[in-house]
Write a protein that binds this ligand. Sequence first.
Ligand code: ATP
Length: 511
Amino acid sequence: MSGKGKEEKSLFEKIWTLANHRGFVFPSAEIYGGIAGIYDLGPLGAKMKNNLIQAWREFFVLRETNPPVYELDGSTILPYEALKASGHLDSFTDPTVSCLKCKKWMRADHLIEDSLDMYVEGMTLEQLNRIIRENNLGCPDCGGGLSEVTFFNLMLEVQVGPADGQTAFLRPETAQDIFLDFKRVQQSMRAKLPFGIAQIGKSYRNEISPRQGLIRVREFTQMEIEMFIHPNEIGNHPSFDKVKDIKIRILTREQQKKGETEPLETTAKESVVSKILPNPYMAYYLAKETIFYQSLGIPYDKFHFRHMMPEETPFYSGGNFDLEVELSIGRKEIIGNAYRTNYDLSNHMKKSGKDLSISVDGEKVIPEVVEPSFGVERAIYCILEHCYREDDGRGWSWFQFPPKIAPITALILPLVRREPLMEIAFKTYETLKENGLEVDYDDRGSVGKRYARADEIGIPFCVTVDYKTAEASTVTIRDRDSREQAVINKNDLIEILSKLVSGIINFEKLL
Ligand code: ATP
């Protein structure tokens, strides 16, 4: 992990405090002390999450035609048998160690990485125990001695029905519903390979030591796609031309072995030709993710795709590429991209005894799968940190959220608390809301103070109703980023704000 300097760490604390105070996120069940690693999104966080999901759904699901992507809304509770077959019951574990004195539980790999700056992914229990012994590691909190390292399963068990009911688990990833429902979706949609199935929903992991706010939590939201591909066609993506020239940054295995940290820049096409990526389906997603995360306000040079090392990759994988974002608390994975081959479908076929193959030209085929797996909460934290701006002569800190992701698009305000300005402003606010725009109304304090409040929660535009509005039907629209103002006709407001949000126009166009 890099970048853990003192100043940088305080940036995390600043963002986290602001996020709490300004209503993005707070501990769940706080008045009862809550549960570590479980958070509620407040009014602004919930709106941002909805905007993020909507943008993702449009870009990765609704607009996709070739291959098409269907959306599923599956159960969060899955039976024991399904998760035994998927391998989660036996190997969805993390190495854990506890302090013999203060009883604190820790991830053994994190403890070693943090104390010795040593890379231990994929090591056996014996190896981890030896490192702890040889380096005399103790509890980072109280210095007490440590227990033996053991593996801890991260799934949360639930008992369905009365005492002797069925054992089940809260799903640790949304992907398994997709594999279990694959045949149903294929038949009901009369889908032909290749096609994708997407799912957006909660996943649960009993993380040993949840930490760093929204980065490692026990209940979180995933947006996943399983793209099902004919094994003979994995080298041909029907829409690859659309992304072939998109630039992507990849940290290769060779670079990592040499200790290099600066990723290689290539294009989607070049990455396949040079065999850096295993197939054009993987390159297609890496290219789209590059476009998508930039549109959320994360700069191009602040993220890359890391080819996971063999010891970090499941044995059946044809290649895993994590999207990692540079943050003040180090590089964090926010998307896992995996070439899952036909492992999941084959396993579920074997264990359930059901035929999940599909017939193509009279032949039975088990499709191969490429999966991008996005985490919503981690993305929200990255957006908060990368859009955070310190005082640039304004006298207050602010968030430069792109309009499509900002929780509130525009703040409507009467110039002063007098009629008819207040009434006109409130009516304008109501009309905008009725037309589906995320707007707010504020008539308290000076205009400057209201601009400041708007900036602080990243509202891109302020619309001021003044005496001219009453006379000439004009309003003044202020741009958060440039602080420029433009006078526009009140009747054009819905159209202009909608275009600004969707990016069809930018503010300079109004000047
Ligand atoms: P990590 O190594 O950080 O535990 P992972 O490799 O287990 O993550 P995946 O199984 O690839 O994560 O999950 C896909 C995505 O789901 C991650 O990229 C991340 O955005 C999100 N995610 C996974 N675990 C958590 C968690 N505990 N809290 C928040 N988001 C998570």
